[in-house]
Design a protein around this ligand. Structure first.
Ligand SMILES: [Cu+2]
Length: 378
C-alpha cells in the first residue's frame, strides 16, 4: 500500500502519529540518560581525581628517565570547561571570541526579533483573512484588484529589512576573513582517519596526536564522553593564532562552536584562519565533515592557557621551544649561508643549498648523451 493511501485510513493515521511521537521521545530519553550519567560522574570527580594524580606521580617517580623525557604538566580540570554542548539547551553555545560575541549579539538582538515579528504578522494576517473574510461573514466579496500604497509598502519594507540584516552580516563575514598578523603563532591541525594531529610549526615543529578517550576514562576524569581526548590542543590565550588545517587523507573539518571557529581540512591544500581566544579554559569541538566510519569519534579539545603557561607546556613536548627560541635557532641555522662574503663562490654542498642538477657540470643524474639519432624521420 502506498504511503498516501495508508495515511488516509484513520487507523494508520493513528499509527503514524504514535510512531512520530516515539521518534520525538527517543532523543529526549537519551538526553535524560546522559545528564544522569554526567551528574553522577561530576560528583565522583572530587574523590577520584586525587588517587589518579597520586598514581601518575608514583609511576613517574619510580622511573626517573621517564620524568626527564616528559616533564609533567598540570592540565586544567573539568572546572575550567567553558565551551561544551549542554542537554536541552537552546540557541548557540556561550561565545569566547570577539567574532563569536558579535555573531551572538547579531543573532539575539537583530535576527530573532525580525524573525519573530514577521512570523507573528503573517499569522495575524492569515487569521484576519480566514475569520473576517470567509464566505459566511462576508457574503458580498470586494472586487478590489490593485492598491498602489500597499504594493509600494510590501516591496519597500522587505528591502529595508534585508538592508538592515546585510550590514552586520557582511561585517561579520569580513571579520571572519581577516588575515592573521605576521607575529601570530602558527598551529596546524591535521585531520587523519580518524584522529587529529596538532603541529606546533612555530614552536619546534612537534606534533601532538589526539585520540578520543574511551567512555569510562572520560567519565572517570569528569569530562563529557565522546568529546574528551587523551591529548589536548594547548594554545595561548589572548594571542593571535594562525590556525591552519590540512586533511591527510580525506576532507575533515576543524570545528569548535564556542570559539565561533570552523574550517575545512582538505587534502592537498592548507586553509588558514585567525583565532584569538578571550579567556583561559577548555573548549570542546568535533570533526564537522562526514569523513568516514569513525567520523563521530574524532573530538577536538582546546585548552587555552596564559602565554607563560603555554610556553611551559611547550617545553614539556619533544623538541618544543618558545617562539623566540625557535626563531633564534632558525636564524643561527641560516647564519653561515647569509654571512658568506659577497663575490666568493658558494660551495653548494657545504652551504646546504640545493643546486639545480643541470647547473653542475657532469652531474651524476644527467645521464649519457644520446648515441643514436632518435629524431623524427619525416
Ligand atoms: Cu573527520
Amino acid at each position: 500500500m502506498k504511503l498516501g493511501a495508508n495515511a488516509r485510513t484513520p487507523l494508520s493515521f493513528l499509527t503514524l502519529l504514535l510512531a512520530a511521537l516515539c521518534l520525538l521521545a527517543v532523543p529526549q530519553a537519551g538526553f535524560a540518560q546522559a545528564t544522569a550519567v554526567q551528574d553522577e560522574s561530576a560528583a565522583n570527580v572530587a574523590d577520584e581525581s586525587l588517587p589518579q594524580e597520586a598514581q601518575v606521580e608514583g609511576s613517574v617517580s619510580a622511573d626517573a628517565t621517564v620524568k626527564e623525557k616528559s616533564p609533567s604538566f598540570d592540565y586544567y580540570g573539568p572546572d575550567m570547561v567553558k565551551g561544551q554542548p549542554e542537554s536541552g539547551a537552546f540557541g548557540f553555545q556561550s561565545q569566547h571570541t570577539d567574532d563569536g560575541l558579535f555573531a551572538l549579539r547579531m543573532h539575539n538582538a537583530l535576527l530573532l526579533p525580525i524573525i519573530v515579528g514577521i512570523s507573528v504578522l503573517v499569522l495575524f494576517l492569515l487569521m484576519w483573512v480566514m475569520f473576517r473574510y470567509n464566505r459566511r461573514a462576508n457574503t458580498v466579496p470586494s472586487r478590489t484588484a490593485h492598491n498602489t500604497l500597499i504594493e509600494v509598502l510590501w516591496t519597500v519594507i522587505p528591502v529595508l529589512i534585508l538592508v538592515v540584516i546585510a550590514v552586520p552580516s557582511i561585517t561579520l563575514l569580513a571579520r571572519q576573513y581577516k588575515s592573521p598578523p605576521d607575529d601570530a603563532i602558527t598551529i596546524k591541525a591535521n585531520g587523519y582517519q580518524w584522529y587529529w594531529g596538532f603541529e606546533y610549526v612555530d614552536n619546534g615543529g612537534f606534533e601532538v596526536i589526539s585520540n578520543m578517550k574511551d567512555e569510562s576514562q572520560a567519565l572517570a576524569d569528569g569530562e563529557p564522553p565522546q568529546l574528551a581526548a587523551d591529548n589536548r590542543m594547548v594554545v595561548p590565550v589572548g594571542v593571535p593564532l594562525r590556525i591552519q588545517t590540512f586533511g591527510a587523507d580525506v576532507i575533515h573539518s576543524f570545528g569548535v562552536p564556542s570559539l565561533w571557529f570552523k574550517l575545512d581540512a582538505v587534502p592537498g591544500r592548507i586553509n588558514e584562519r585567525l583565532l584569538t581566544i578571550n579567556e583561559p579554559g577548555i573548549y570542546y569541538g568535533q570533526c564537522m565533515e562526514l569523513c568516514g566510519a569513525r567520523h563521530a569519534y574524532m573530538p577536538i579539545v582546546i585548552e587555552a592557557r596564559p602565554l607563560d603557561e603555554y610556553n611551559a607546556w611547550v617545553r614539556t613536548q619533544p623538541g618544543g621551544m618558545t617562539v623566540a627560541e625557535a626563531r633564534a635557532a632558525e636564524a643561527a641555522a641560516n647564519a653561515p649561508a647569509t654571512a658568506e662574503p659577497a663575490g666568493e663562490e658558494i660551495d653548494a654542498e657545504s652551504s646546504g643549498i640545493q643546486e639545480p642538477e643541470s647547473s653542475v657540470l657532469d652531474a651524476p643524474g644527467a645521464g649519457e648523451p644520446p648515441t643514436q639519432d632518435t629524431s623524427p624521420t619525416t
